[in-house]
Ligand binder design. Structure first.
Ligand code: RP5
Length: 168
């Protein structure tokens, strides 16, 4: 089976921050490919990858980059696949530079941007896009929401039974 999601990062220094996205895709059973491609340091490769991504079978691209983070927008300019931008906190500006560089796209070239370092949400959003035409992934997402609900219920129970009683 060919990879459905391409996880592209601008540098190996982004890897640890991107890892939760890769783990989440794996948990969902979604095929993925991981590559380091830089909009600035390997712009020819970025163009070539984006232009051929659709015919290679990818359905969604996650693009993670920091600082002057042009990667997601650059890829989006060269493909009609949905591009999810993951701004990386990698400089002295706390990631605000990456966030604005990723999200502030001109009209006509959208990048669906998640929070600074929001790797897990990038993977969940990719799964939601795929789930429109994939029942198995849709079921994974439904199960995930059920687990979140159960976790909140048990925290609620804990605060009522343990924390409040022992703290007052
Ligand atoms: C961006 O510049 C990368 O995505 C990374 O977040 C940042 C720093 O890259 P390195 O200098 O660590 O390779 O292009």
């Amino acid at each position: 089976m060919s990879s459905k999601v391409a996880v592209i990062m601008g540098s190996d220094s982004d890897f640890q921050t991107v890892l939760p996205a890769i783990k989440k895709l794996k948990d969902f059973g979604i095929e993925y490919t991981v590559k380091i491609i830089s909009a600035h340091r390997s712009p020819d490769l970025a163009t070539e990858f984006a232009k051929s991504a659709s015919e290679k079978g990818y359905k969604v691209i996650i693009a993670a980059a920091g600082k002057a983070a042009h990667l997601a927008g650059f890829l989006a300019a060269n493909t009609v696949l949905p591009v999810i931008g993951l701004p990386i906190k990698s400089s002295t500006m706390d990631g605000l530079d990456s966030l604005l560089s990723t999200v502030q796209m001109p009209s006509g070239i959208p990048v669906a941007t998640v929070a600074i370092n929001g790797a897990e949400n990038a993977a969940i959003l990719a799964a939601e896009i795929l789930a429109v035409s994939d029942e198995q992934i849709a079921q994974e997402l439904v199960d995930m929401k059920k687990q979140m609900r159960a976790a909140i219920d048990s925290k609620n129970e804990k605060i009522v039974t343990d924390l409040l009683e022992n703290s007052l």
